[in-house]
Design a protein around this ligand. Sequence first.
Ligand SMILES: Cc1ncc(COP(=O)(O)O)c(C=O)c1O
Length: 357
Amino acid sequence: MSHKRLLIPGPTETPADILQQQTRRLIGHRGADYTELYVGIIDKLGKYFESQQNRTVLTASGTIWMDITARNLVKKKALAGVCGAFSKRMYQTIGDAGKEVDPLNVEWGKAHKPEDVLQALAQDDYDTIALVHNETSTGVRNPIEEIGKAIKKEYPDIMFVVDAVSSAGGDYLVPEKLNSDLMFMSTQKCFAVPPGLSMAFYSDAALERAETITGRGHYTDLLAIHKYWLKKQQNPTTPNISLMYALSYQLDRMLAEGPQARYERHKSMAEYTRNWARKKMQMFPEPGYESVTVSTIANTLGKNIGDLNKELGKRDYQIANGYGDLKEKTFRIGHMGEWTLPEIKSLLWHIDDIWGE
Ligand SMILES: Cc1ncc(COP(=O)(O)O)c(C=O)c1O
């Protein structure tokens, strides 16, 4: 079977040597060998994200951190930024957990701005605010560092949660610079590791908040996860050891490239894609707030995106249609993980060729 190269916004193309790591023989997850592997991963995550914050790796995709947010951090009432499908999921998850939550809606394609967030926070007694950094459905990149600074200056005790699932490891993010209490991400996006693990950075204040809240669940109990780390430097439940091998290996590669260089590589792919798109159509995100990991292009020429993807498939490429209601109105090119500019140029050449342009 031919393989379509994945230029979708996750899972992204995973190099063979990373995949290969998963074929290593298993080890027991309560032994010294596993501790060494896991401590290595935790150290490397700290180095890559230039952070001293607490961190963990869970055997679950990134969405679990929405449940963890709801059950460990929201004491009474949260504000959740909603600027697309994934941030809407966070809003709904907090509500599903029986906690009070207000949405801070912006039109899809627009970004949250610090002044709007501050204004919304002033409306009620919120103890938590959750925002997505990179909204994968709209391709919008929220100015998360500016927002974080503004929030913590005015509301030092509020829990600031950042969904960095589709940006961390590609875009440049340092938890301390964001002032985040929780920042979470998934392996299948910019890490270019298969799906199944999620990583998170969390503050001491987040742990203090969790201590005051009951009903944290079992798998989703941040305090239990943290305490197990302190006691054993392992995970409370059986982890996906094969994926841990792959993650550890890839973190070495990411550190060799460096976070800044990785960001620059992603930026160059995003800028090239944007310039290409603007010559014929429009970008969907408002100018100045475009993602560096996924380009969402407004299909202003009314092209049939399903047909385009079929033709691309014959050339062993796959891009993504618009998400949900944005299907056919937009399409998305995921330039995340290990992709490089020459490969993006080649993909865009193929699209032009298919369209006869
Ligand atoms: C911004 C964002 N948040 C959350 C998720 C959910 O992550 P996962 O599929 O790892 O649970 C995604 C997945 O695409 C995402 O793009």
